[in-house]
Design a protein around this ligand. Structure first.
Ligand SMILES: NC(=O)c1ccc[n+]([C@@H]2O[C@H](COP(=O)([O-])OP(=O)(O)OC[C@H]3O[C@@H](n4cnc5c(N)ncnc54)[C@H](OP(=O)(O)O)[C@@H]3O)[C@@H](O)[C@H]2O)c1
Length: 252
């Protein structure tokens, strides 16, 4: 898979899966726009680590509607076109129905959907307008295994990712005639820096047992699936959801 001459925008690319995706696209010749919300130091570090030239930071809080248009406008004004958008940024908040008060409950639902679904819908809106002007493009949305198997401690997270899958499939149908192809990647637990820092040894052990591989996904493995969906020749996969969960949850 080569991406020479391609301009790629990745939301939430300063760390975790987004960073690994940015590194992999850059290794394959793409010029990458790294969107982040607040942690400039981390974003600058990621930018400095990317191989190749012409990469750029874009600081926009995509939970704000107006920022989604600003982000796409800034990217297109910088590079002249947008070939590939990866909607990676997402959040998850614990809100167990039998433990939290109502304010916590409503806050969790609103803020989770604002980023995991509405921000993605808004970025798809502005990105598809830009892509139509240049003859097409590709969008890859990062979902989760939680969309399929249930998330008892974070129900808004599971619901937002299930809605993201449905939205992606609707848009795949609508945008194919415009040469815009949509793919979805649904990772299981992935060993990001945050996972390494926040998991207790017991939690880690139990997560490892979920997969017959006896390990979590590496961010690079998720990036590999994202690049496949965005690659030349993968057009007819539009509407597909690729699981990257180490056979921990198999759906029919
Ligand atoms: N890690 C897993 O185990 C796992 C499993 C399944 C699915 N996923 C999905 O994979 C995606 C990436 O997860 P991750 O664990 O790699 O993420 P992460 O390490 O928590 O990184 C989140 C990134 O998103 C950015 N971000 C958060 N809110 C934003 C906003 N409002 N506007 C712009 N950027 C924002 C952060 O920027 P700042 O640092 O500046 O805030 C950061 O770059 C998410 O959609 C997640 O749901 C992850």
């Amino acid at each position: 898979m080569e991406f020479d001459g391609k301009y790629v925008l990745i939301s939430g690319a300063s760390r975790g899966i987004g960073k690994a995706t940015a590194m992999t696209f850059a290794e394959k010749g793409a010029q990458v726009g790294i969107n982040f919300r607040s942690n400039r130091e981390k974003a600058e570090k990621t930018l400095s680590e990317l191989p190749g030239k012409g990469h750029q930071l874009f600081q926009n809080d995509i939970s704000q509607e107006s920022e989604t248009k600003k982000l796409i406008d800034a990217f297109v004004s910088h590079y002249g076109r947008l070939d590939i958008l990866v909607n990676n940024a997402g959040i998850s908040i614990f809100h167990e129905i039998d433990k939290v008060d109502f304010d916590h409950w409503t806050h969790a639902w609103q803020s989770t959907f604002q980023i995991n679904l509405f921000a993605v819908a808004n970025l798809c809106y502005w990105a598809s307008k830009a892509m139509m002007k240049t003859g097409g493009g590709r969008i890859v949305n990062v979902s989760s295994r939680g969309a399929f198997r249930g998330e008892p401690t974070k129900p808004a997270y599971g619901a937002s990712k299930a809605a993201l899958n449905a939205m992606s499939q609707s848009l795949a149908k609508k945008l194919a005639p415009h040469n815009i192809y949509i793919g979805v990647v649904a990772p299981g637990f992935t060993e990001t820096e945050m996972a390494a820092e926040t998991l207790t040894p017991t939690e880690r052990e139990s997560l490892l047992r979920e997969s017959p591989f006896q390990r979590m996904a590496q961010p690079k493995e998720v990036a590999h699936a994202i690049l496949f969906l965005a690659s030349e020749g993968a057009e007819y996969t539009s509407g597909t959801i690729i699981d990257v969960n180490g056979a921990s949850y198999l759906r029919s």
